[in-house]
Design a protein around this ligand. Structure first.
Ligand code: GLP
Length: 250
């Protein structure tokens, strides 16, 4: 694993955007796995800026997003499809029909998971998967569990995730209780993985995930077994990992 430590959120976003744009420049027709949450927003903003300057094009890129809430249509302002439209897709030259987000309104969410995995394998797999991390170590919506879920599937959200995400909804009752998420196998099959973390409140889980035992109780810990992971975090988020002796650059 490569670890880049940056001074703050903005520098983290720029570093992560650098890695994504290097991926697009070296393979213009790459498949990008994308993530939602507050952490990647600055990364997307930086990519949009470079696109507008003419330094970057998404014209040949396919995208596959990690997850979506069950029961929210893409027009709902808290759906992950809507998030991606407003934070990235609407501002760059990606072809709308080449962007993929699980369908939260699919009549059969489990079948939607199977369809989604077929879309990914039909594209030849993911070249670079961007990931944020929840406070309990969830990646996508793979919550702490007794075993690692494999393919894209429907999941019940944990109380801690519902609590963390309620800030985006009018009330806690409005937070969906289920999601469709890429599974651990889907994520681990990506050729490269880029994890972004920011803020002191992530320092404990970053330490657990990257220095603790590999266990489905901390889903992100599986990333220790992936051959090509880059972790980009600000000083605050990496403070405990660095204190534990992990070598960091930057
Ligand atoms: C949500 C998303 C995850 C994301 C996590 C952390 O639960 N499903 O993909 O990593 O939030 O979000 P944040 O970056 O806002 O801390």
């Amino acid at each position: 694993m490569r670890v880049y430590q940056t001074s703050d959120y903005q520098a983290m976003s720029r570093q992560a955007a650098n890695i994504i744009s290097a991926q697009i420049i070296t393979k213009p027709n790459c498949v990008l796995g994308l993530a939602t949450g507050s952490t990647p927003i600055g990364t997307y903003r930086q990519l949009i800026e470079w696109y507008k300057k003419g330094d970057l094009s998404f014209a040949e890129v396919h995208t596959v997003n990690l997850d979506e809430y069950v029961g929210l249509p893409g027009t709902h302002d808290q759906s992950y499809r809507y998030f991606m439209q407003t934070n990235l897709f609407d501002h760059v030259d990606v072809k709308p029909e080449w962007t993929n987000v699980p369908d939260g309104m699919a009549a059969d969410a489990q079948a939607e998971g199977g369809r989604y995995d077929q879309v990914i394998s039909g594209l030849g797999g993911i070249d670079l998967q961007l990931l944020g991390m929840g406070h309990n170590g969830h990646i996508g919506f793979n919550e702490p569990a007794e075993d690692f879920p494999l393919g894209t599937h429907r999941v019940d959200l944990t109380e801690s995730t519902i609590q963390a995400n309620k800030r985006f909804f009018a009330s806690e009752a409005d937070v969906p209780r289920q999601a469709i998420t890429m599974g651990i196998k889907t994520i681990m099959q990506a050729r490269r993985i880029l994890v972004v973390v920011s803020g002191e409140d992530k320092a404990d889980i970053v330490l657990k995930a990257f220095r603790g035992p590999v266990t489905p109780k901390v889903p992100a810990s599986i990333l220790q077994l992936h051959p090509d992971v880059t972790l980009v975090g600000d000083k605050a988020a990496l403070s405990k990992l660095a204190a534990a002796g992990e070598s960091v650059c930057g």
